[in-house]
Design a protein around this ligand. Sequence first.
Ligand code: BGC
Length: 490
Amino acid sequence: MVESEDFKSKITVYVVVCWILAAFGGLMFGYDIGISGGVTAMDDFLIKFFPEVYKRKLHAREDNYCKYDNQILQLFTSSLYLAALFASFVASKVCTKFGRKPTILVASSFFLAGAGISSGALNIWMLIIGRILLGIGVGFGNEAVPLFLSEIAPVQHRGAVNILFQLFVTIGIFFANLVNYGTAKLHPHGWRVSLALAGVPAIFLFIGSIVITETPTSLIERGNEVAGHKALKKIRGVEDVNAEYEQIKLASDIARQVKHPFKELMKRSSMPPLIIGVLLQVFQQFTGINAIMFYAPVLFQTVGFKNDASLLSSVITGTVNVLSTLVSIYAVDKVGRRKLLLQACVQMFISQSTIGGMLLVHLKATSNTLTTTQAGFVVFLVCLFVMAFAWSWGPLGWLIPSETFPLETRTAGFAFAVSSNMFFTFLIAQAFLSMMCHMRAYIFFFFAGWILVMGLFALFLLPETKGVPIDVMVERVWKKHPVWKRFMDD
Ligand code: BGC
């Protein structure tokens, strides 16, 4: 058997251009995550579309925790993820049948249409239709981009290249926070500028989807073997790619025998990577990260910042998010996945429960807001939380599902991971403001409780996959794990 280490490759300018252009899909996802919180905190936006919420906001003193609770306002944020959830299943079929490149092209077209309609919205329904179009873009993009990146990355750099997707997600969120900080001062159409600027990365992705190569795996799997061989030579920058070509050919021959990957995925022996992939995504959302990513400005207003200061605070958390993701690119193949996940659980548990404790003591529903020092401390704790997430559950939620499935169930399994992410992102987006209204400071203990559970999960159920070649994952990881070996038939 040919070892992956024997594969020859150089990192060529072309392949780096391909990574970056494709990673703009992550930037689109991140921009959409980051933009809605700031927009829903803008008075001009609320007056136009949500006058009731605006009136409640004016009487904020009545109840610190409930001023933004509005199902339709939450529908604005969460509709995107519901659309993405359904779109990712369609996208997995398109990805298999037509390839990664056309799937990315479809994603960028939906992004462009969504940015146009939402920024030009004359009523709430146009606004929501725009979000749904963006959501379809996210469904297509998130299915195709991580797969694309993994497939064109040289095997020894697959982890780092995969985290490039998450890095671009964080850059997108940061960029959105920055845009909102600027546009909040543009009356009365600042929110339109925020929503329209989503078109900029969408254009890059659109151009990218024309420039990038199709992946050799997808070409070979669809029977275009000569084109696949040529594409492999081009992205590896060397003439002799036969060893890698043969392995892709073998893997796709096996994969082609599996006619119903989703059925295959339901077999007992497919359960370990499926359970791990889905739970990682579910837990990723139950850290409470998106309560902060979507609603940071709202949250910071809740603890007493004015509009401007709360947007600025979310720019700070955005910066922490990007920089800490760089740490994971550096550390993931050195200290391993499990240690990063476990360390982060401790840090996230401490920050969430301390925030909960502080708000419980100092922020009563109907009394004054926090003092400046107390509010500053909350921002500090939020940064500590975001930092831990960004070097662990954020990138690894995408990386681990991409490296633990055998090839025959890899795309179908990954579609499950993507859609679980979307479903639970939707749930948090839809429920967070109401939960904060009903649970008040206890919402932070709720997240802390989940962090405890996921820490135990990582400790007892998550195998270490650092440095294990994908092809021997079943033998070296699943069949040796004290719990998961029971699922592995001969
Ligand atoms: C998650 C998103 C989250 C982002 C924060 C991603 O890995 O899937 O839900 O908003 O990280 O950086």
